[in-house]
Design a protein around this ligand. Structure first.
Ligand SMILES: NCc1[nH]cc(CCC(=O)O)c1CC(=O)O
Ligand SMILES: [Zn+2]
Ligand SMILES: [Zn+2]
Length: 339
C-alpha cells in the first residue's frame, strides 16, 4: 500500500457519522435543551388583553392575567427562563420614563403573580427607558438631543432596582449607556439586593436594521434621530470587545451579543475572550420575521432551517439563546429526536 493511500484513508469522515449516535457525538456541544432557551414576553397594561403583533406573526402581547395560561404549558415542557418587556399605551410617556418603575408599570405588576404561579421560573427584566420616554430614546437627553450619560445611568439603576425589589432574578440593561453595569451593581448593593440579583448585560448591542418589528411590538420607536450614538456600529468588532471588557470590569454576571446572525464572529470573539461568563445571544425580532416569511414563501423548510440556525449559534459559542421561537422549539424537544 502506498503512503499516499494511507494518508488518504485517515481522511475518511463518513466512518464518524454513519449513525445517529455517532453524529450526536460530533455535535454534543451544540445540542439544544430547554435551559439553552430564554423566552421574551411583551406585557401590556390591560390585564385581560391578548394582542397579536402584525410584524411578528405568531407573537402576541399579553395582559398579566393571560400569562398564566400562556406560560403554564411551556413551563411543563421545561421552559426555565423568560425576559419581560413592558409596553404602555395609556400611561403617559415623559422625558425621564417615569412609568418604567411606577407601581402601574405592567412588568412591576406582573412580577409577583408570575413568581407565585411559576416558582421554578427564572425571571429577567429588560431595563431601558425607550418604551417609557416621550422621545423614545434609551437614555435621558440634554436639551440639544444628545445623551446625558450621568443622568441616564442613575435612572437606569433606579429602574433595575425597582424590578429587583419586585422580585426579578435578573436585570438586563439594554440601553447601552456607559457605566450602567457599575451603577446598577452599586444601587443593588445599596438596596441589599446585590447577592440575589444577576445582571445580564446587553454587552455588544449593535445599531441594527433588524429591530424594526420589536419597535412596533414595544411601541418604542425613537421620535427623532437614531440610536447610532449609543448602539455599536455594525462594522466594528473592536468596539464590541471593548464593550465586553467594560462590562466585565464593572461586574456583569452574564454577557450578550445582539442581533446574532450577522454577528456570529463577535459572538465567538466575546466567548473566547471571556469563556468564564455565560454567553447569551438575542435572535431579534427582524431575524424572527425573516425566517418566518422565508418559510411561508416556501423558500426554506421551517424546522430544518430554524434548527440549523439554533445549533450553529450554540456551535459558535452561545450558551443561552433568547428567541421568540422558544415555544415552538420546546414542542420539538418533547419528541426524542434532538435538534
Ligand atoms: N432598548 C431597546 C431594545 N430592547 C430590545 C430591542 C430589540 C429586540 C428585538 O428586536 O427583538 C431593542 C432594540 C432597539 O429598539 O433599539
Ligand atoms: Zn432602549
Ligand atoms: Zn430594551
Amino acid at each position: 500500500m502506498s503512503i499516499q493511500k494511507k494518508v488518504k484513508n485517515r481522511h475518511t469522515l463518513h466512518s464518524g457519522i454513519f449513525n445517529p449516535t455517532l453524529r450526536k457525538w460530533q455535535s454534543l456541544q451544540s445540542e439544544i435543551a430547554p435551559d439553552n432557551l430564554m423566552y421574551p414576553i411583551f406585557i401590556v397594561e390591560d390585564d385581560e388583553a391578548v394582542q397579536p403583533i402584525a410584524s411578528m406573526p405568531g407573537v402576541s402581547r399579553y395582559g398579566v392575567n393571560k400569562l398564566k395560561n400562556h406560560l403554564g404549558p411551556l413551563v411543563e415542557k421545561g421552559l426555565s427562563s423568560v425576559l419581560l418587556f413592558g409596553v404602555v399605551e395609556s400611561l403617559p410617556k415623559d422625558d425621564t420614563g417615569s412609568h418604567a418603575d411606577s407601581p402601574q408599570n405592567p412588568v412591576i405588576r406582573a412580577l409577583p403573580k408570575l413568581l407565585s404561579w411559576f416558582p421554578s421560573l427564572t425571571i429577567a427584566c429588560d431595563v431601558c427607558l425607550c418604551p417609557y420616554t416621550s422621545h423614545g430614546h434609551c437614555g435621558i437627553l440634554f436639551p440639544d438631543g444628545s445623551i446625558n450619560n450621568t443622568k441616564s445611568i442613575k435612572r437606569i439603576a433606579e429602574i433595575a432596582a425597582a424590578y429587583a425589589k419586585a422580585g426579578a432574578h435578573i436585570v438586563a440593561p439594554s440601553d447601552m449607556m456607559d457605566g450602567r453595569i457599575g451603577a446598577i451593581k452599586d444601587k443593588l448593593a445599596e438596596c441589599q439586593l446585590r447577592h440575589k440579583t444577576a445582571v445580564l448585560s446587553y454587552t455588544a448591542k449593535f445599531a441594527s436594521g433588524f429591530y424594526g418589528p420589536f419597535r412596533d411590538a414595544a411601541k418604542s420607536k425613537p421620535a427623532f434621530g437614531d440610536r447610532k450614538c449609543y448602539q455599536l456600529p455594525p462594522g466594528s468588532s473592536g468596539i464590541a470587545l471593548r464593550a465586553a471588557a467594560r462590562d466585565v470590569a464593572e461586574g456583569a454576571d452574564m454577557l450578550m451579543v445582539k442581533p446574532v446572525l450577522s454577528y456570529m464572529d463577535v459572538l465567538r470573539d466575546v466567548k473566547r475572550a471571556y469563556p468564564e461568563f455565560p454567553m447569551f445571544v438575542y435572535q431579534v425580532s427582524g431575524e424572527y420575521a425573516m425566517i418566518y416569511h422565508a418559510a411561508k414563501a416556501g423558500a426554506l423548510d421551517f424546522k430544518t432551517a430554524l434548527s440549523e440556525i439554533l445549533v450553529s449559534l450554540r456551535r459558535a459559542g452561545a450558551d443561552v439563546i433568547i428567541s421568540y421561537y422558544t415555544p415552538v422549539v420546546l414542542d420539538w424537544l418533547q419528541t426524542k429526536s434532538k435538534l
